[in-house]
Design a protein around this ligand. Structure first.
Ligand code: FAD
Length: 317
């Protein structure tokens, strides 16, 4: 079976969950080969990639792969596309992943699909476009299919792969060196999962009422092991940091479960969450548009409903 390249997302030597999802997806369509860009691969990371079916692990461990912004990763993948003729290249549909995909498509003269939420036989992708307003089925018709897949589109499943390591060395072009990274500032890693990767997201909107009241949303999120999100009304009011905003001008999330509390369901909010597998809405207005989208809805005051839900979840743990 032909090789499918998966660009590994990693932080501090740890493989991120979205990579395990992409390897699982790649296994259903061919032979997964992981591509590790930058220094710092550990034995643990190699074992993890092999555990999730990576047959090959291509390692480009030179510092300069991560010394410049994004472009070297596209050059690395372009080199591997020319050298290994893979059946497809999968990257995570994160901000960086999508930029890598676009640059790689230009370099290889290939078609690219971003924001895929499913991928089937022949690399036919289900794609969420126009801010989530339209779903289309698409297929790359030229070159090597390059597909950016949203986190949480597939459940990761372990299946042993050979994990054979192969070192890759490339000479970066001048254009890959166009923008240099000067400093990396580490974000404090909170106890909660990262918003765009979380399997469960609990979001609060204007209905939450104040910054202090967001503790109600955080309480439920912590009981469920979820990330916290917020509508723009809540972030603009300064109740929750902007980095947690979900929607057209915020983050796009595709969790297994999305709980929207005190959020009306404006089109710009839906754009960031409507590909969630199951949507639960808690709103005191039975006419709120979010109920058109919700799989389950509770009409009620979130300040009563959410604490009860938190207690119930905590009791069952
Ligand atoms: P509201 O629309 O005011 O809704 C609050 C809801 O809470 C109501 O339905 C109400 O019934 C309910 N409620 C009130 N009190 C309670 C209670 N005690 N218990 C239960 N329910 C209660 N918005 C985003 O979210 N993300 C974006 O990325 C984004 N980008 C935008 C980009 C542009 C260019 C524009 C123009 C707008 C954007 N918006 C975005 C704003 C968007 O249009 C909405 O204004 C916003 O999503 C509304 O947030 P909300 O649902 O929290 O507030």
């Amino acid at each position: 079976m032909s090789e499918i390249l998966v660009l590994v997302e990693h932080v501090d030597g740890e493989v991120k969950k979205v990579t395990l999802e992409l390897l699982t997806l790649a296994r259903s369509l061919g032979t997964p080969a992981a591509v590790w860009a930058g220094p710092g691969i550990t034995d643990g990371a190699k074992a993890r990639l092999a555990e999730y079916s990576a047959d090959k692990i291509y390692v480009a461990g030179a510092d300069e792969i991560v010394d410049y912004v994004v472009a070297p990763k596209a050059e690395l993948l372009a080199h591997l596309v020319a050298d290994k003729s893979p059946a497809a290249v999968l990257v995570a549909a994160t901000t960086e992943g999508k930029e890598v995909a676009g640059r790689l498509a230009v370099k290889t003269g290939s078609g690219v699909i971003t924001d895929a939420v499913g991928l089937g036989e022949g690399f036919v992708a289900d794609q969420s476009i126009f801010g989530g307003g339209v779903n289309v089925r698409s297929k790359v018709s030229k070159g090597t299919p390059i597909i950016a897949v949203r986190p949480n589109s597939t459940a990761p499943e372990a299946a042993a792969g050979a994990g054979t390591e192969e070192q890759v060395s490339i000479t970066l072009t001048g254009s890959a060196r166009a923008a240099r990274v000067l400093e990396r500032v580490k974000q404090e890693k909170g106890a909660r999962p990262e918003l765009t990767e979380a399997a469960i997201v609990v979001s609060g909107g204007r209905g939450v009422g104040s910054a202090e009241n967001f503790s109600v949303i955080e309480g439920l999120a912590d009981a469920l092991g979820a990330a916290v999100g917020a509508s723009r009304a809540a972030t603009d009011a300064g109740w929750y940091p902007h980095q947690f905003q979900v929607g057209q001008t915020g983050k796009t999330v595709s969790p297994q479960l999305y709980i929207a509390a005190g959020i009306s369901g404006a089109i710009q909010h839906r754009a960031g969450m409507q590909t969630a597998k199951t949507i639960v809405a808690i709103n005191k207005d039975p006419e709120a548009p979010i109920f058109e989208l919700a799989d389950y809805g509770v009409v009620g005051d979130l300040h009563q409903v959410v604490p009860q839900l938190t207690d119930e979840v905590t009791k069952r743990k």
